[in-house]
Ligand binder design. Sequence first.
Ligand code: PLP
Length: 392
Amino acid sequence: MQLAGRVAHMTGDGSDGWEIYYRARDLKARGVAVVNLTIGEHDIRTDPRILDAMAASARAGNTGYTVGPGKPDLRRAIAERVTARAGVATGPGNVMVTPGGQAALFAAHMVTLDPGDTGLYCDPYYATYPGTIRATGARDVAVPTRPETGFQPEAEAIAARAAGARTLLINTPNNPTGTVYTRRTLEDVARVAADHDLWLISDEVYDTQLWAGEHLSPRALPGMAERTLVVGSLSKSHAMTGSRIGWLIGPEAVIGAVTALATNTTYGLPGYIQDAGLAALSLGAAFEEAVSAPFRRRRDLAVACLASSNRLRLVPSGGAMYVMVDVRATGLSGNRFAERLLEAERIAVMPGESFGQAAAGHVRIALTVDDDALAEALARLAAFAEGLPDAG
Ligand code: PLP
Protein backbone atom coordinates (compact mmCIF):
# COMPACT_ATOMS: atom_id res chain seq x y z
CA MET A 1 0.00 0.00 0.00
CA GLN A 2 1.30 3.42 -0.91
CA LEU A 3 1.29 6.38 1.45
CA ALA A 4 0.64 9.92 0.29
CA GLY A 5 3.78 11.89 -0.48
CA ARG A 6 2.74 14.59 2.00
CA VAL A 7 4.73 13.44 5.01
CA ALA A 8 7.86 12.74 2.96
CA HIS A 9 7.52 16.26 1.51
CA MET A 10 7.02 17.67 5.00
CA THR A 11 9.99 15.98 6.65
CA GLY A 12 12.39 16.31 3.71
CA ASP A 13 15.21 13.81 3.37
CA GLY A 14 17.82 15.29 5.69
CA SER A 15 18.36 14.61 9.39
CA ASP A 16 16.01 16.18 11.91
CA GLY A 17 18.96 17.85 13.64
CA TRP A 18 18.34 16.18 17.01
CA GLU A 19 21.15 13.55 16.84
CA ILE A 20 23.05 14.97 19.82
CA TYR A 21 19.87 14.98 21.89
CA TYR A 22 19.15 11.34 20.95
CA ARG A 23 22.73 10.36 21.72
CA ALA A 24 22.58 12.10 25.11
CA ARG A 25 19.29 10.37 25.86
CA ASP A 26 20.78 6.95 24.96
CA LEU A 27 23.83 7.58 27.14
CA LYS A 28 21.56 8.54 30.02
CA ALA A 29 19.48 5.38 29.52
CA ARG A 30 22.73 3.39 29.81
CA GLY A 31 23.41 5.02 33.18
CA VAL A 32 25.99 7.59 31.98
CA ALA A 33 25.62 11.01 33.66
CA VAL A 34 25.04 13.65 30.99
CA VAL A 35 24.34 17.37 31.47
CA ASN A 36 21.53 17.91 28.99
CA LEU A 37 21.47 21.48 27.68
CA THR A 38 19.61 20.66 24.49
CA ILE A 39 15.92 20.98 25.09
CA GLY A 40 13.72 24.03 25.68
CA GLU A 41 11.80 22.89 28.69
CA HIS A 42 11.74 24.33 32.21
CA ASP A 43 13.35 22.55 35.13
CA ILE A 44 10.17 23.25 37.15
CA ARG A 45 6.80 21.57 36.71
CA THR A 46 3.39 23.20 36.22
CA ASP A 47 2.31 25.19 39.30
CA PRO A 48 -0.01 23.26 41.70
CA ARG A 49 -2.59 26.07 41.56
CA ILE A 50 -2.96 25.50 37.82
CA LEU A 51 -3.14 21.74 38.31
CA ASP A 52 -5.79 22.19 41.04
CA ALA A 53 -7.90 24.27 38.64
CA MET A 54 -7.46 21.58 35.96
CA ALA A 55 -8.54 18.79 38.32
CA ALA A 56 -11.46 20.78 39.75
CA SER A 57 -12.73 21.53 36.25
CA ALA A 58 -12.47 17.89 35.18
CA ARG A 59 -14.23 16.72 38.36
CA ALA A 60 -16.96 19.29 37.79
CA GLY A 61 -17.75 17.54 34.52
CA ASN A 62 -15.76 19.46 31.91
CA THR A 63 -14.73 16.24 30.21
CA GLY A 64 -16.98 16.33 27.15
CA TYR A 65 -16.48 17.60 23.62
CA THR A 66 -15.62 21.25 23.16
CA VAL A 67 -15.92 22.68 19.71
CA GLY A 68 -15.15 25.95 18.02
CA PRO A 69 -12.51 28.55 18.70
CA GLY A 70 -12.37 28.12 22.49
CA LYS A 71 -14.39 28.84 25.64
CA PRO A 72 -15.71 32.42 25.65
CA ASP A 73 -14.19 33.35 29.04
CA LEU A 74 -10.77 32.07 27.99
CA ARG A 75 -10.90 33.86 24.63
CA ARG A 76 -11.85 37.05 26.49
CA ALA A 77 -8.94 36.66 28.94
CA ILE A 78 -6.47 36.06 26.09
CA ALA A 79 -7.86 39.06 24.18
CA GLU A 80 -7.42 41.26 27.28
CA ARG A 81 -3.88 40.01 27.79
CA VAL A 82 -2.95 40.64 24.16
CA THR A 83 -4.56 44.11 24.23
CA ALA A 84 -2.63 45.03 27.37
CA ARG A 85 0.74 43.58 26.33
CA ALA A 86 0.78 44.41 22.62
CA GLY A 87 -1.14 47.68 22.87
CA VAL A 88 -3.50 46.82 20.04
CA ALA A 89 -7.25 46.44 20.46
CA THR A 90 -8.10 42.74 20.43
CA GLY A 91 -11.51 41.14 21.00
CA PRO A 92 -12.50 37.52 21.64
CA GLY A 93 -13.39 37.29 17.93
CA ASN A 94 -9.69 37.73 17.12
CA VAL A 95 -8.68 34.72 19.26
CA MET A 96 -8.52 31.02 18.42
CA VAL A 97 -7.44 28.69 21.22
CA THR A 98 -5.15 25.94 19.90
CA PRO A 99 -3.38 22.84 21.26
CA GLY A 100 -0.11 24.74 21.78
CA GLY A 101 1.77 27.28 19.73
CA GLN A 102 2.77 24.58 17.24
CA ALA A 103 -0.88 23.93 16.29
CA ALA A 104 -1.32 27.70 15.88
CA LEU A 105 1.72 27.82 13.56
CA PHE A 106 0.28 24.94 11.55
CA ALA A 107 -3.21 26.48 11.36
CA ALA A 108 -1.84 29.90 10.39
CA HIS A 109 0.08 28.44 7.45
CA MET A 110 -2.76 26.11 6.43
CA VAL A 111 -5.17 29.03 5.99
CA THR A 112 -2.74 31.32 4.16
CA LEU A 113 -0.73 29.03 1.84
CA ASP A 114 -1.93 26.95 -1.08
CA PRO A 115 0.04 24.05 -2.55
CA GLY A 116 2.77 25.44 -4.80
CA ASP A 117 2.92 28.80 -2.96
CA THR A 118 6.06 29.99 -1.21
CA GLY A 119 6.31 30.51 2.55
CA LEU A 120 9.29 32.45 3.92
CA TYR A 121 10.95 32.03 7.32
CA CYS A 122 14.11 33.41 8.87
CA ASP A 123 17.25 31.30 9.31
CA PRO A 124 18.27 30.34 12.04
CA TYR A 125 14.84 28.95 12.85
CA TYR A 126 12.87 26.83 15.30
CA ALA A 127 13.12 23.23 14.13
CA THR A 128 9.51 22.76 12.97
CA TYR A 129 9.26 25.83 10.72
CA PRO A 130 10.27 24.34 7.35
CA GLY A 131 8.14 21.21 7.89
CA THR A 132 5.13 23.25 9.00
CA ILE A 133 5.28 25.29 5.80
CA ARG A 134 5.84 22.21 3.64
CA ALA A 135 2.91 20.41 5.30
CA THR A 136 0.61 22.81 3.44
CA GLY A 137 2.09 21.71 0.10
CA ALA A 138 3.92 25.01 -0.20
CA ARG A 139 7.62 25.55 -0.84
CA ASP A 140 9.68 26.70 2.16
CA VAL A 141 12.27 29.38 1.50
CA ALA A 142 14.72 30.46 4.20
CA VAL A 143 15.74 34.10 4.55
CA PRO A 144 19.27 34.15 5.99
CA THR A 145 20.15 36.43 8.87
CA ARG A 146 23.75 37.12 9.89
CA PRO A 147 25.75 36.81 13.11
CA GLU A 148 27.45 40.15 12.31
CA THR A 149 24.12 41.95 12.59
CA GLY A 150 23.00 40.01 15.66
CA PHE A 151 20.71 37.77 13.57
CA GLN A 152 18.22 40.62 13.02
CA PRO A 153 16.18 40.01 9.83
CA GLU A 154 17.12 42.43 7.04
CA ALA A 155 14.62 43.99 4.64
CA GLU A 156 16.78 43.48 1.54
CA ALA A 157 17.22 39.76 2.25
CA ILE A 158 13.45 39.31 2.65
CA ALA A 159 12.61 41.43 -0.41
CA ALA A 160 15.09 39.44 -2.51
CA ARG A 161 13.07 36.27 -1.85
CA ALA A 162 9.57 37.75 -1.70
CA ALA A 163 8.54 37.34 -5.35
CA GLY A 164 5.71 34.79 -5.36
CA ALA A 165 5.72 34.40 -1.57
CA ARG A 166 2.51 34.69 0.45
CA THR A 167 3.73 34.41 4.03
CA LEU A 168 6.68 35.44 6.17
CA LEU A 169 7.27 33.75 9.52
CA ILE A 170 9.28 35.64 12.16
CA ASN A 171 10.10 34.87 15.81
CA THR A 172 10.95 37.34 18.56
CA PRO A 173 12.34 36.77 21.18
CA ASN A 174 14.08 34.22 19.00
CA ASN A 175 14.75 30.55 19.36
CA PRO A 176 17.61 29.61 18.90
CA THR A 177 19.54 32.91 19.00
CA GLY A 178 17.92 34.81 21.90
CA THR A 179 17.73 37.85 19.60
CA VAL A 180 14.98 40.37 20.30
CA TYR A 181 14.01 42.19 17.12
CA THR A 182 14.38 45.94 17.34
CA ARG A 183 11.62 48.40 16.45
CA ARG A 184 13.63 49.30 13.36
CA THR A 185 13.80 45.64 12.27
CA LEU A 186 10.07 45.16 12.78
CA GLU A 187 9.25 48.37 10.90
CA ASP A 188 11.42 47.15 8.01
CA VAL A 189 9.76 43.72 8.10
CA ALA A 190 6.31 45.35 8.15
CA ARG A 191 7.21 47.52 5.17
CA VAL A 192 8.42 44.54 3.11
CA ALA A 193 5.31 42.54 4.11
CA ALA A 194 3.06 45.39 2.95
CA ASP A 195 5.07 46.00 -0.27
CA HIS A 196 4.84 42.32 -1.25
CA ASP A 197 1.36 41.69 0.16
CA LEU A 198 2.59 39.01 2.59
CA TRP A 199 0.82 37.60 5.59
CA LEU A 200 3.15 38.15 8.53
CA ILE A 201 3.09 35.23 10.98
CA SER A 202 4.68 36.37 14.22
CA ASP A 203 5.72 33.66 16.68
CA GLU A 204 5.78 35.36 20.09
CA VAL A 205 5.77 32.32 22.40
CA TYR A 206 8.77 33.74 24.32
CA ASP A 207 7.22 37.16 24.89
CA THR A 208 7.50 36.89 28.69
CA GLN A 209 11.20 35.96 28.55
CA LEU A 210 12.78 39.32 27.87
CA TRP A 211 16.16 40.37 29.27
CA ALA A 212 16.97 43.44 27.19
CA GLY A 213 15.13 45.82 24.89
CA GLU A 214 11.35 45.78 24.49
CA HIS A 215 9.05 43.16 23.08
CA LEU A 216 7.17 44.75 20.22
CA SER A 217 4.43 42.82 18.46
CA PRO A 218 4.43 43.78 14.76
CA ARG A 219 0.64 43.53 14.84
CA ALA A 220 0.73 46.87 16.69
CA LEU A 221 2.47 48.69 13.83
CA PRO A 222 0.31 50.94 11.60
CA GLY A 223 -1.75 48.93 9.10
CA MET A 224 -0.37 45.58 10.26
CA ALA A 225 -3.31 44.18 12.28
CA GLU A 226 -5.05 43.14 9.03
CA ARG A 227 -2.12 41.10 7.77
CA THR A 228 -0.48 39.81 10.96
CA LEU A 229 -1.22 36.51 12.69
CA VAL A 230 0.32 36.18 16.15
CA VAL A 231 1.20 32.82 17.69
CA GLY A 232 1.10 32.65 21.50
CA SER A 233 1.34 29.87 24.05
CA LEU A 234 1.27 29.10 27.77
CA SER A 235 4.03 26.48 27.30
CA LYS A 236 6.96 28.78 28.02
CA SER A 237 5.29 31.61 29.95
CA HIS A 238 3.54 29.34 32.47
CA ALA A 239 5.62 26.11 32.35
CA MET A 240 2.71 24.26 30.74
CA THR A 241 4.47 22.53 27.83
CA GLY A 242 2.61 19.25 28.27
CA SER A 243 -0.85 20.80 28.62
CA ARG A 244 -0.78 21.85 24.95
CA ILE A 245 -2.48 25.21 25.12
CA GLY A 246 -1.77 28.21 22.94
CA TRP A 247 -3.52 30.58 20.58
CA LEU A 248 -3.62 32.34 17.27
CA ILE A 249 -4.55 36.03 17.07
CA GLY A 250 -5.74 37.53 13.79
CA PRO A 251 -8.54 39.18 11.83
CA GLU A 252 -11.98 37.63 12.45
CA ALA A 253 -12.09 36.11 8.94
CA VAL A 254 -8.85 34.25 9.64
CA ILE A 255 -10.17 33.01 12.99
CA GLY A 256 -13.26 31.73 11.13
CA ALA A 257 -11.08 29.81 8.66
CA VAL A 258 -8.90 28.40 11.43
CA THR A 259 -12.02 27.32 13.34
CA ALA A 260 -13.26 25.42 10.26
CA LEU A 261 -9.84 23.76 10.04
CA ALA A 262 -10.00 22.75 13.72
CA THR A 263 -13.45 21.22 13.25
CA ASN A 264 -11.82 18.77 10.87
CA THR A 265 -8.56 18.25 12.78
CA THR A 266 -8.19 18.87 16.51
CA TYR A 267 -11.87 19.37 17.39
CA GLY A 268 -10.93 21.85 20.11
CA LEU A 269 -9.12 21.53 23.42
CA PRO A 270 -10.35 19.62 26.49
CA GLY A 271 -12.49 21.90 28.64
CA TYR A 272 -10.40 21.24 31.76
CA ILE A 273 -7.23 22.29 29.91
CA GLN A 274 -8.93 25.50 28.85
CA ASP A 275 -10.01 26.13 32.46
CA ALA A 276 -6.45 25.48 33.62
CA GLY A 277 -5.31 28.04 31.04
CA LEU A 278 -7.77 30.57 32.41
CA ALA A 279 -6.51 29.92 35.95
CA ALA A 280 -2.93 30.30 34.72
CA LEU A 281 -3.66 33.68 33.12
CA SER A 282 -5.42 34.85 36.30
CA LEU A 283 -2.12 34.43 38.21
CA GLY A 284 -1.01 37.63 36.52
CA ALA A 285 2.28 39.22 35.49
CA ALA A 286 4.09 38.50 38.78
CA PHE A 287 3.67 34.77 38.20
CA GLU A 288 4.95 35.07 34.63
CA GLU A 289 7.98 36.97 35.91
CA ALA A 290 8.65 34.27 38.50
CA VAL A 291 8.59 31.56 35.79
CA SER A 292 10.99 33.49 33.55
CA ALA A 293 13.33 34.77 36.33
CA PRO A 294 15.64 31.70 36.40
CA PHE A 295 16.41 32.12 32.69
CA ARG A 296 17.29 35.78 33.13
CA ARG A 297 19.62 34.84 36.01
CA ARG A 298 21.22 32.00 34.04
CA ARG A 299 21.68 34.16 30.96
CA ASP A 300 23.63 36.60 33.16
CA LEU A 301 25.56 33.64 34.54
CA ALA A 302 26.46 32.54 31.00
CA VAL A 303 27.66 36.05 30.15
CA ALA A 304 29.91 36.02 33.25
CA CYS A 305 31.19 32.45 32.73
CA LEU A 306 32.14 32.90 29.07
CA ALA A 307 33.34 36.53 29.21
CA SER A 308 37.04 35.67 29.46
CA SER A 309 37.06 32.91 26.84
CA ASN A 310 39.32 33.49 23.82
CA ARG A 311 37.62 30.76 21.85
CA LEU A 312 33.93 31.28 22.57
CA ARG A 313 31.82 34.34 21.89
CA LEU A 314 28.32 34.65 23.29
CA VAL A 315 25.81 36.05 20.81
CA PRO A 316 24.32 39.08 22.64
CA SER A 317 20.87 37.86 23.67
CA GLY A 318 17.82 39.77 24.78
CA GLY A 319 15.39 36.97 25.56
CA ALA A 320 14.25 33.32 25.50
CA MET A 321 15.60 30.38 27.48
CA TYR A 322 18.77 29.82 25.42
CA VAL A 323 22.10 31.39 24.63
CA MET A 324 23.94 30.96 21.37
CA VAL A 325 27.71 30.63 21.39
CA ASP A 326 29.97 31.27 18.41
CA VAL A 327 32.55 28.46 18.35
CA ARG A 328 34.15 29.32 15.00
CA ALA A 329 37.42 30.37 16.67
CA THR A 330 37.95 26.71 17.62
CA GLY A 331 38.03 25.78 13.92
CA LEU A 332 35.18 23.31 14.46
CA SER A 333 31.69 23.32 13.03
CA GLY A 334 28.84 23.51 15.53
CA ASN A 335 28.12 19.84 14.80
CA ARG A 336 31.68 18.71 15.44
CA PHE A 337 32.04 20.89 18.54
CA ALA A 338 28.82 19.44 20.01
CA GLU A 339 29.88 15.86 19.19
CA ARG A 340 33.31 16.27 20.74
CA LEU A 341 31.92 18.06 23.79
CA LEU A 342 29.50 15.20 24.39
CA GLU A 343 32.28 12.61 23.96
CA ALA A 344 34.79 14.42 26.17
CA GLU A 345 32.68 16.13 28.82
CA ARG A 346 29.28 14.43 28.66
CA ILE A 347 27.64 17.81 28.06
CA ALA A 348 24.93 17.93 25.38
CA VAL A 349 24.30 21.17 23.46
CA MET A 350 22.52 21.72 20.15
CA PRO A 351 24.67 22.36 17.06
CA GLY A 352 23.76 25.65 15.38
CA GLU A 353 23.48 23.73 12.09
CA SER A 354 20.35 22.04 13.51
CA PHE A 355 18.64 25.42 13.13
CA GLY A 356 19.80 26.25 9.61
CA GLN A 357 22.87 27.38 7.75
CA ALA A 358 22.98 30.89 9.25
CA ALA A 359 23.90 29.47 12.66
CA ALA A 360 26.70 27.21 11.36
CA GLY A 361 29.74 27.35 13.65
CA HIS A 362 27.56 28.05 16.70
CA VAL A 363 25.99 25.95 19.44
CA ARG A 364 22.80 26.65 21.36
CA ILE A 365 22.80 26.16 25.11
CA ALA A 366 19.44 25.72 26.83
CA LEU A 367 19.43 27.39 30.25
CA THR A 368 17.32 24.60 31.67
CA VAL A 369 19.35 23.13 34.52
CA ASP A 370 19.80 24.69 37.94
CA ASP A 371 22.25 27.57 38.36
CA ASP A 372 25.05 25.57 40.01
CA ALA A 373 24.90 22.77 37.44
CA LEU A 374 24.87 25.34 34.63
CA ALA A 375 27.85 27.27 36.04
CA GLU A 376 29.84 24.05 36.36
CA ALA A 377 28.90 22.88 32.85
CA LEU A 378 29.81 26.26 31.35
CA ALA A 379 33.19 26.26 33.11
CA ARG A 380 33.91 22.78 31.71
CA LEU A 381 32.67 23.80 28.27
CA ALA A 382 34.97 26.86 28.26
CA ALA A 383 37.95 24.77 29.44
CA PHE A 384 37.19 22.18 26.74
CA ALA A 385 37.21 24.92 24.07
CA GLU A 386 40.51 26.37 25.38
CA GLY A 387 42.06 22.88 25.33
CA LEU A 388 41.30 22.23 21.67
CA PRO A 389 44.31 22.38 19.34
CA ASP A 390 44.87 25.71 17.53
CA ALA A 391 42.53 26.22 14.61
CA GLY A 392 45.63 27.26 12.60
N1 PLP B 1 7.67 28.42 18.60
C1 PLP B 1 8.93 28.37 19.09
C2 PLP B 1 9.90 29.40 18.65
C3 PLP B 1 9.31 27.37 20.00
O1 PLP B 1 10.57 27.35 20.48
C4 PLP B 1 8.35 26.40 20.38
C5 PLP B 1 8.72 25.31 21.30
O2 PLP B 1 9.84 25.11 21.69
C6 PLP B 1 7.06 26.50 19.83
C7 PLP B 1 6.75 27.52 18.95
C8 PLP B 1 5.99 25.50 20.15
O3 PLP B 1 5.62 25.57 21.46
P1 PLP B 1 4.25 24.96 22.00
O4 PLP B 1 3.61 24.20 20.88
O5 PLP B 1 4.62 24.09 23.15
O6 PLP B 1 3.43 26.14 22.40
